[in-house]
Design a protein around this ligand. Structure first.
Ligand code: UGA
Length: 432
């Protein structure tokens, strides 16, 4: 099939590459000329396992192309996916200007019988806005359809998630109205769930908010464990063994970050308030998450007798492992908090140092974890990259000025740390 993906961000790029690899002819469009030039030269602007190989292979095979021209990308495409970003506006609501402009630009070039699919996360009603724009701007006499198909892939496992989604949510008037989408997804052999457009849009916000709620919930239970002398690892084991609850999204730590959970929870809370039904549970989820870093910095301050003039080694800057993305990263928020308290920071991350330098020039960026640790008064684990789990802990202990580790992601075993002579502060675990 011929398809067009508007937006070469994380979602757009991964989708474009995956669908090209499944044998479709894919044109990926973006207005950022520099980004497209890099992509054409096989320099992939995102860190995502497996994506470079897919892009190389499919560009070489002539199935994947990159363009800034709507006429070239949209004409003859059976499906046009809109996968542009919907950032948070100053009022906390999703800002639809990018998707409006993409819909308007694409509409003029749609062919008869084509389908426009909203992939971007848009608030309920966003699909209707896109429909109005498409109908008002498409060539007269052409029949076009608009549907919603929210994306659930995660950064760091995006290619695998895109190939094997738990379900594909399709918001449309009826399955018969979107045969192209059914054909495109058929080779994935995953369940397709059809519903109206508004419901499909709400599924996306509800899913991200629900997962964020699990994280804030378990973080609050971890705080309780510390106060009550319980161990969060044991509690999660018992809690997660209930099949109604499960183990997913119950890792405690510094809170959730990234470009999605903070944005989508804020957007849903603000849309709910506007609709006259305040979503108090969600507001508490957001507030609990907001308190994670200030609370952790306070703990560090208390344990170290103040942070002024202390040198802190921070391992991890990205919002989670396996990505270079630092958007709304709790690790970055932590570094800022430490700097505000007068600490000096020596930082290391396997992939995110270039992006971190741009927003935070103050820390000393080090070539590896050991260099970051050399001479520091304490070490903090801020992102649970696998390479930090396998560090030589005895070497780290000897490099530290004093053997204190604050583990914001619970990657080490308290008993082992105690045996090695560390003062070890982790999240919700006993003994501390
Ligand atoms: C999230 C959703 O998981 C995807 O389904 C969705 O498609 C995506 O948002 C989106 O809306 O585009 P992502 O932001 O890539 O994906 O990252 P997650 O792996 O879900 O992690 C989000 C944050 O929660 C990270 O900061 C992570 O460290 C934190 N987290 C996750 C925890 O603190 N504890 C957990 O148990 C799980």
């Amino acid at each position: 099939m011929r398809i067009c993906v508007v937006g070469a961000g994380h979602v757009g790029l991964v989708m474009a590459a995956v669908f090209a690899d499944l044998g479709n002819q894919v044109a990926c469009l973006d207005i950022d000329k520099e980004k497209l030039a890099s992509l054409r030269a096989s320099r992939v602007p995102i860190f995502e396992p497996g994506i470079s190989e897919l892009i190389d292979r499919n560009q070489a095979a002539g199935r994947l192309s990159f363009t800034t021209e709507y006429a070239e990308a949209v004409s003859d495409s059976e499906i046009v996916f809109l996968a542009v970003d919907t950032p948070t506006g100053s009022d906390g609501r999703a800002d639809l200007k990018n998707i409006r402009s993409a819909a308007e630009s694409a509409a003029a070039h749609l062919s008869d019988g084509s389908l426009v699919v909203v992939k971007s996360t848009v608030p309920v009603g966003g699909g209707s806005v896109v429909r109005e724009i498409v109908e008002a701007n498409c060539p007269p006499g052409k029949r076009v359809e608009v549907a919603s198909c929210p994306e659930f892939l995660r950064e760091g496992s995006a290619v695998a998630d895109c190939l094997k989604p738990d379900r594909v949510i399709i918001g449309c008037s009826s399955p018969e109205a979107v045969p192209q989408l059914v054909r495109l997804y058929a080779p994935l052999e995953r369940p397709l769930i059809f519903m109206d457009v508004n419901s499909a849009e709400l599924v996306k916000y509800a899913a991200n908010s629900f997962l964020a709620m699990r994280i804030s919930f378990i973080n609050s239970i971890a705080d309780l464990c510390e106060q009550m002398g319980a161990d969060i690892a044991q509690v999660i084991k018992g809690l997660g063994a209930d099949t109604r609850i499960g183990r997913h999204y119950l890792s405690p730590g510094l809170g959730y970050g990234g470009s999605c959970f903070p944005k989508d929870t804020a957007a849903l809370a603000s849309a709910s308030a506007e609709a006259g039904c305040r979503f108090e549970v969600l507001e508490a989820v957001i507030e609990t998450n907001r308190q994670r870093i200030p609370g952790f910095v306070e703990r560090m301050k208390a344990a170290l007798g103040g942070l002024e003039g202390k040198t802190i080694a921070v391992l991890g800057l990205s919002f989670k492992p396996d990505t270079e993305d630092i958007r709304d990263s709790k690790a970055i928020e932590l570094v800022s908090g430490l700097l505000e308290q007068g600490a000096e920071v020596r930082a290391y991350d396997p992939a995110a140092m270039d992006s971190a330098r741009v927003v935070l020039p103050e820390p000393t960026y080090c070539p590896d974890a050991y260099e970051a640790t050399r001479g520091a008064d304490a070490l903090v684990i801020a992102t649970e990259w696998n390479e930090f789990k396998l560090l030589d802990l005895e070497r780290l202990r000897d490099l530290l000025h004093q053997p204190i580790v604050f583990d914001g992601r619970n990657i080490y075993q308290p008993d082992r740390m105690a045996t090695l002579g560390f003062q070890y502060v982790s999240v919700g675990r006993c003994p501390h």
